[in-house]
Structure formats: C-alpha cells, structure tokens
Design a protein around this ligand. Structure first.
Ligand code: X8Z
Ligand code: ZN
Length: 475
C-alpha cells in the first residue's frame, strides 16, 4: 500500500504525473473539467488497496488485542492520558467549539464557487464539489483564496513573492531555521544540510510525503520532502522543522520520554511557528517590502486565507479517523469502505466527489497518505487547536496588544525560553503539565482559535445573511 501510494503516476494532459506534481497543479488549476480529471485519476490509484487494507485491519486488530486493547481504534485513542471514550468526547467538544465557524465558512465558499462556476458545476445549496477547493483531498482550501476571498487592495500572494525572489528549497529551509534561532534555539547541525532530502531526486522513486527524522537521538536530525516553491511548502518546512526542534529538545530525557507530550503536540510545534510568519515578519526578513504590508482593512482577507487552511481542515481531520475508528471496531465492513467514507465526509465536511457517486469498488481513503501508510490522523486535528493556544499564549507573553493575527514573536528569546521548557519535557509528564508549562492552562481548548477568527466570523455572518446554510446529511 505504501509503495503503491508513493510510486503511482497518472496520465494527465499527455504526461505521466507524480502526486507532488498533481498537487502543485491543483493549487492553481481553475478549469473544473481538469480538476475533475486530476482528482478522479488520483483517487483511482488506490482501488487495488482495498483487499490489502481489509487484511491489514484484521492483522493489526489481532495485535491490538494481544496488547490488551479491543481494537486498533481504541489503541490509538488510548494515547492521551485518559480513557479512549473520554478522549472521543474531548474531540467532540473541541469540534463543537469550531463547528459554527465551519458552517459559515462552508456557506460562504459555496456561494462564491456557485457564482464563479454556475449551477451545473457547483449548485448554490448542498455539499461542495471536492475538486474545486485547490487541494487533492479538500483538506486545506487556502489555495482558492484568490477566487473566494474578499478582493482587497494591498493583498499579497506568498507563492508569487517566493518565486519572484528566486527562492529555492535550501533558502526556504534556511528561512524556517532562522525563525527558530531567533527564539534562541540552536541552529541545525551541518549534517542536517548535508543529509536532508529537500527535493525529489531525479533517479529514483521516494516517499515524497514530508517527514522529519531523528536518526541518533543526539544530533542527526533530517527532513525528507519533495519541496515546491509555494506557500503550502513554506508552511510545510516550518512544520517539519518543528518536529526536528522538538526531537532535539527532548533528547536528554530517558528513552521512553523522548516523544511529544502527545502526538498532537508534535504536530503543533512547527505550525505554531508558522502562525508567526505575519506580513510584518515577512517584511522584516525581506520577502515583503515595508510598503507592501497590508493595512488593517485587509485583515478580513488575511483571516480568510488562514480560515480556509485552518478551519476547513478540522472536519477533514475528524472524518479520516472517524472512518478508521469505525473500520477497526468492525462497524464498517470492507464492502462498505468507500460508501461510508463518503457518507462521513459529506456529514462532517459537506463535500461530495466530482462526477457523482464513486464506484463501490473504489477505495478513496487509500488515496490519502495516512490511510495507505496507517498513520493516525487525530493528531492533526488536535494540533490545529493546540497551535492557536500556543500562539495566543506566546503573544500574551510578548505583551502583544493588537489584533491576534498580526502578532509575531520573531526574535523574542524570552518566549523562546519558555517554549523550549515545554519542548524539553518531551513525554516525561502527562500532557496537561506540558501544556501548562507554556500556556498556563491544562485543557485543550478551541477558544484561542475562536478569538483569532472572531472578526472574520462576524463578517461571514453578514455575508451569509439570507442564505440557507448547511447541507444534506450534516445532522
Ligand atoms: O502529514 C503532514 C505532515 C507530516 S507529519 C506533512 N500533515 C498532514 C497532511 O499532510 O495531511 C501536516 C498537516 C496535515
Ligand atoms: Zn508532522
């Protein structure tokens, strides 16, 4: 399953394309016949995985039972210092805090897509077509900010800026490292630069899905990814370095504690850093000119781009593991794999596949890396909530007074020191202790995310007035 995922190529416009190439094309392709073609061809690569997946489910459930868990779903959920059913409630609680935002965002995006493409492509009511959102899995929608966002003077496009200034993979990575060192953390070792793989090699197939590695629990940390020069991968390189900086910070812990406080912490570190790459910061490091910093009146547009990435992601992340928990618990049988996958996605995300219902023998979950490679996904949902808690706490420590989305703690070594205290703890304490060390609170909580996006929420509610929001199957 893993090598099928990583080595598949599909014919598109007369050429054999890899996933990373298709992903890059999806960022800017706005012709719905073409996005549908790319989408459908990629989702068809995983059809042959269905049987292997079913076999993997039964083998790994057997392993989970030998370890004393009823199934793999409960085993995964047991990783959060509380019983699995309590953790499931936590997830529902956190999603409940953000769900009204998502509904407003969905409603607004649907209206804008309908206006652009017409009823035949995107109806004004009901779910959204999954290939129109600028991302192969409709998991982050920021790439269509240019067509759904409010038009503002003084907006900027990070992808264009990086390309115009001839950024390459190393420079993207050096830029990421500079943020961490500005907080007082040590530079990455020379071996990072010698041994990391930042671009797709010409001469062999590799697993391109970005990852971060700690080879020797002392110094040999590396990133492996196939970088494109765009805003998505600017985010991703900060994300991966977050893993590496965490790994380095907890290397003095005993072996069993050399890990994140929980897996959502590991995924949140680099994303928290990337939240600080504000226009002001981009100007400080020369990506943006001072006179290009968008005025306060552009905040709606800036928040929109962030919401398309951060809020739209939440129901996607929940869907992936809701589906798997039910599969591992035997509530979804192999014959129903694909139909349940789309029921769940329609329920949480309000999206549907392009071109009508998918064939029952398709295996669309396998077209996502973490399913084909059996990597749990709840971590990314938790990370999305946590990163805003980290960010709000950091900005409070820095004494920031303005709008939360304009805060950057770049260069703030006092914040860096307290941040590092949390990182150094690794998994040596229950996670609420680690959270408290940096933020002062012991609960995961969506209210930082709510604060960040509140001005946009108000704006969206006005825009959506008179529209019938929601979709079939959401309740
Ligand atoms: O898989 C990742 C990272 C590696 S841990 C690149 N992410 C999720 C995804 O790509 O689906 C980061 C955000 C969500
Ligand atoms: Zn990660």
């Amino acid at each position: 399953m893993s090598s099928l995922y990583s080595t598949s190529r599909v014919d598109y416009q007369g050429q054999q394309r890899t996933l990373d190439q298709l992903e890059e094309l999806m960022v800017t392709e706005r012709n719905p016949a073409r996005t549908q073609e790319m989408w459908t061809k990629w989702h068809n690569i995983s059809r042959p995985m269905a049987q292997d997946y079913a076999r993997m489910v039964s083998i790994s459930n057997e392993g989970a039972r030998e370890l004393g868990y009823p199934n793999v779903g409960d085993y995964w959920l047991s990783n959060y210092d509380m019983p699995p059913d309590q953790m499931e409630h936590e997830v529902e609680r956190l999603w409940g805090q953000m769900q009204p935002f998502y509904e407003q965002l969905h409603c607004y995006v649907r209206t804008r897509l309908n206006a652009r493409y017409g009823d035949a492509v995107q109806p004004a009511t009901g779910p959204i077509r999954a290939d129109l959102l600028g991302n192969m899995w409709a998991q982050e929608w920021g790439n269509i900010a240019d067509i759904v966002g409010p038009t503002t003077r003084g907006g900027y496009n990070l992808t264009n800026l990086l390309q115009q200034q001839h950024y390459d993979a190393t420079r993207m990575a050096r830029t990421g490292e500079r943020f961490y060192t500005s907080l007082g953390l040590a530079p990455l070792p020379d071996t990072f630069w010698e041994r990391s793989m930042l671009v797709r090699p010409r001469d062999r197939d590799v697993v391109c899905h970005a990852s971060a590695w700690d080879l020797d629990a002392t110094n040999d940390v590396r990133v492996k990814m196939c970088m494109a020069i765009n805003a998505d991968d600017f985010q991703t390189i900060h994300h991966e370095m977050g893993h590496n900086y965490y790994q380095r910070a907890y290397q003095h812990q005993p072996f069993l504690f050399q890990d994140g406080a929980h897996d959502g912490f590991h995924e949140a570190i680099g994303d928290f850093i990337a939240l600080n790459t504000t226009p002001d910061y981009l100007a400080q490091i020369g990506i943006l000119r001072r006179n290009q910093i968008p005025p306060a009146s552009a905040d709606t547009a800036l928040l929109m781009r962030q919401a398309l990435d951060k809020i739209a992601f939440l129901p996607f992340a929940i869907s992936v593991d809701q589906w798997r928990w039910r599969v591992f618990r035997g509530q979804i049988q192999p014959a129903d794999y694909n139909t349940s996958w789309w029921q769940i996605r329609q329920h949480y995300q309000g999206i549907v596949p392009p071109g009508g219902p998918r064939p029952a023998d398709a295996f669309d979950p396998g077209a996502k890396y973490h399913v084909a490679n059996n990597v749990p996904y709840l971590r990314y949902f938790l990370a999305r909530v946590l990163q805003f808690q980290f960010y709000e706490a950091a900005c409070r420590q820095a004494g920031w007074q303005g709008a939360l989305n304009r805060c950057t703690v770049y260069g703030n070594t006092a914040v860096g020191q307290r941040f590092n205290q949390m990182l150094e703890m690794g998994r040596s304490h229950p996670w609420p202790d680690a959270l408290e060390a940096f933020t002062g609170t012991r609960q995961m909580d969506g209210s930082s995310m709510v604060h960040y996006f509140q001005p946009l929420m108000t704006w969206l509610e006005t825009q959506n007035r008179g529209h019938q929001c929601g979709w079939d199957g959401m309740n």
